[in-house]
Write a protein of this length. Structure first.
Length: 459
């Protein structure tokens, strides 16, 4: 076999391959054997039909077609290895010559990973938010905890904001009660915004037994999007009472004995959260700087596939689970279809470039993934997917996705390497030390950029 490679552009090559006919012998034998099992000829036992009879009855062309289809993947792979290219996706193959007994010639055009020169990233500088926990932050955190331990007590007065009311609802459109427009005994906190628009104004000021009617656009159900006349009847009114902020509350709501200890723990937790957010922000901004420094061409077909994958995952998985259509989602987001398309394409470009440059850095720095690192990553991915580690591991192995997980961990290590070399300062001008940065956190940052799709190599 002879092969040659021609570079069409930085992300696409054409392989030209010539195969002497004798190298097709194994595939020709396999083709005759396969046809033998599929056809019957009077006078011959099944599977024992001579090749010359198959040629006469069914045509030599059918045999050649079967043999070539069988042989092409092997010769294509040999040509790829000989040319030392990294193909992306499936090739477009064109048989240019097929001379029975003499020669098979074909071309294969395929997208390839572009050659990328890793820029000097030691001079990258980024600014991130300072880690500052104020007394107001502490008070807000403790107040949220206090809200969780609130109690409700029935009152004989008009309902006010913050009260919990029990209500009956009836919705009509064009004077007709909707089949799914009646609800009884619904518990609702006034001001929470969790039900229909206009309900807060309708029930505020009503006592138990009081009724009101208001108009609201329905957000779901059989008449979604239509204006409905809604009648609400208040059955009970209860006031929410918050526990006193004292040591007794601290003992009730936590493992601490005093309120001061509870507040100190809240400060520590908030500092840890802000430090995590700060590190993620640093990773994201360093990555953006790295992409700006590098020249990274993106294959058109790969980009098209990535855009389609992202749109499919959003529409059929994320939105599907929430019962939302893409049109309704865009309406909530205040985006046009054109804006959504442009945004998705930009995200896909960034995701592909991120994979390319971090993979190149992994190879250049010879970054290896240890079993312990892979296990830790698998445990986190399992937790985020809602599956047990064993279930997730089994799904990964069965889906052939172990290399994908290894790639995610390796890219996280590569990004951590770049962040460690960069200069990171906060908004107060203080340099932030990220030398002990969590590589697993960096892997999460990379995942958020690259999405679910994986730039895969096919040979």
């Amino acid at each position: 076999m002879k092969s040659a490679v021609e570079t069409l552009n930085p992300t696409r090559v054409r392989l030209t391959v010539e195969v002497p006919f004798e190298e097709l012998k194994d595939s020709l034998d396999a083709a005759y054997k396969k046809i033998n099992q599929q056809v019957t000829v009077k006078g011959f036992r099944k599977g024992k039909i001579p090749a010359r009879v198959i040629d006469q009855r069914f045509g030599r062309g059918a045999v050649l077609e079967e043999a070539v289809n069988d042989a092409l993947p092997k010769f294509y792979t040999e040509a790829v290895n000989e040319a030392e290219v990294n193909p992306l996706g499936q090739p477009e193959v064109d048989i240019t010559e097929l001379k029975d007994g003499e020669l098979l010639a074909f071309t294969a055009e395929v997208d390839v990973r572009p050659a990328i020169e890793i820029p000097d990233f030691s001079g990258i500088e980024v600014e991130v938010d300072a880690v500052e926990v104020t007394d107001e932050d502490i008070e807000k955190s403790v107040e949220q905890l206090r809200e969780r331990f609130a109690s409700t007590n029935p009152v004989e007065r008009a309902a006010a904001e913050g009260d919990v009311v029990t209500i009956d609802l009836e919705a009509k459109v064009d004077g007709e009660v909707l089949p799914d427009g009646v609800a009884s005994g619904v518990s609702y906190t006034i001001g929470s915004g969790e039900l229909l628009d206009g309900i807060d104004e309708a029930v505020t000021g009503l006592e138990a037994g009081g009724e009101a009617t208001f108009t609201s656009q329905l957000k779901g159900g059989s008449a979604e999007g239509k204006d409905a006349e809604v009648t609400v009847k208040v059955l009970t009114v209860a006031a929410r009472e918050l526990p006193e902020l004292d040591d007794e509350f601290a003992q009730l709501a936590s493992e601490f004995d005093t309120l001061d200890e509870l507040k100190a723990d809240s400060r520590k937790r908030l500092e840890n959260m802000k430090q995590f957010d700060q590190a993620t922000q640093a990773q994201e901004r360093v990555l953006e700087k790295l992409l700006e420094l590098a020249e990274i061409p993106v294959p058109e077909k790969l980009l098209e596939d990535e855009v389609n994958t992202r749109k499919h995952n959003l529409e059929h998985h994320q939105l599907g689970q929430m019962g939302l259509s893409l049109e309704k989602y865009l309406e909530f987001q205040g985006k046009t279809v054109e804006e959504f398309e442009a945004e998705t394409k930009d995200q896909a470009v960034k995701g592909i470039k991120t994979q390319f440059i971090l993979d190149e850095l992994v190879n250049k720095e010879k970054l290896n993934v240890e079993q312990e690192e892979l296990t830790e990553h698998l445990m986190r991915r399992a937790a985020s997917s809602g599956m047990s580690p064993d279930q997730f591991a089994q799904a990964v192995v069965q889906g052939g996705q172990v290399p994908m997980l290894v790639g995610e961990v390796a890219r996280g290590k590569a990004l951590a390497l770049v962040v460690e070399a960069a200069k990171v300062v906060d908004t107060n001008g203080v340099e932030v030390d990220l030398s002990d940065e969590d590589e697993e956190q960096a892997a999460e940052t990379v995942e958020a950029v690259t999405g679910d799709a994986e730039v895969s190599e096919d040979k």
